[in-house]
Design a protein around this ligand. Sequence first.
Ligand code: PHE
Length: 404
Amino acid sequence: MLKTLKTLKTPIMLAAVFSASALFSGCTKKTDDQSGTAQVAAVKSEPSGAQASEIVIGEYGSFTGNEATFGQSTDKGLKMAIDETNKAGGIKGKQIKLIALDDQGKAEEAAAVVTRLITQNKVVALIGEVASSRTLAAAPIAQEHKIPMISPSSTNPKVTEIGDNIFRVCFIDPFQGTVMAKFAFEHLKVKKVAILRDVKSDYSVGLADYFIKKFKELGGEVVADESYQGGEMDFKPQLTKLKSKTPEAIFIPGYYTEVGLIARQARALNISAPLLGGDGWDSSKLFEIGGKDINGSYFSNHFTTESTDPAVVDFLKRYKEKYNGETADGLAALGYDAGKILIAAIERAGEAKPELIRAEIAKTKDFVGVTGKISIDSQRNATKPAMVVKVDGNVNRYVTTITP
Ligand code: PHE
């Protein structure tokens, strides 16, 4: 199925002033609830004996480092959801307070900041991470402390298998791999592909495998399967090997920084085969790094800025107003949806207790988000369609939608 949608104006990419500092207020008060969980909520100038006036939510993400736009965009979307709720009076009169900590794009740091959010800041729920490897490092800690966690965008299947407190609001990689294999085989009519995967990333390794499985099932051939490690900058040895196998397309399930460099080096080596990827390409920096060499490449994603759905158009408009004309990417949209789903769950729970919130997140059904309709299934995943987009400068042109 191929749909053409009306295009939007070229986005104005302004450097947003971003602060990932933890937001502590002056004093805190401890209250023990019946389950024995100590909860800390900030107290402003309340008369003595008043209940805690805030609900404390934690967020962890890559606000700096190699994948900084992932954390920054997610944070902007999440803050937008929280600000909207707080402006409208909060949750049953209580304001939501977000404590956002930077994990610098490192798995060990993700585990450390999540421990801090739970044990020191006493958050009642967590949002994060984007990258599967970092969510996988932090989720066991949330599970152990029974603090519900929603990953907006980690697509590796293992994430939610960690336990009953771990949720996500996006599709998973067996589906995403299928989408791109079908797109390559049926839409681009490619029969021979090469793979270039990041062996340090659970996401990349898994997605490469799911793509290969489907592509072979369809009758295609994988002529090369090369690897790199996230953070590397020279991909010429791998690309030279790939080139000798004359693939008709190259599938690179990595993150934008390396993908941008790979595109430049591939074209410099006169490799003209189209480059294909997954959601990890979604960043305003992809074109900045890859330049014209990344143009014409395709990737699967959760969101398109070219949607004509009034709710999405309105979201993009409000986001632009809030963030100096910036265009929301898929992560901003997923951060927003994850925040809205968590807020709705806390509202239904009636009380900001982790166990009650966990039970309500699990009941999420037909939630109309800006990334599609979201129902949390028994495995705590969301089944949603994926969109394929084509890189065209700073805009990712919508190509088609593939449903599960
Ligand atoms: N799906 C990627 C992962 O699991 C993360 C990602 C999602 C990156 C969406 C960009 C956009 O690691």
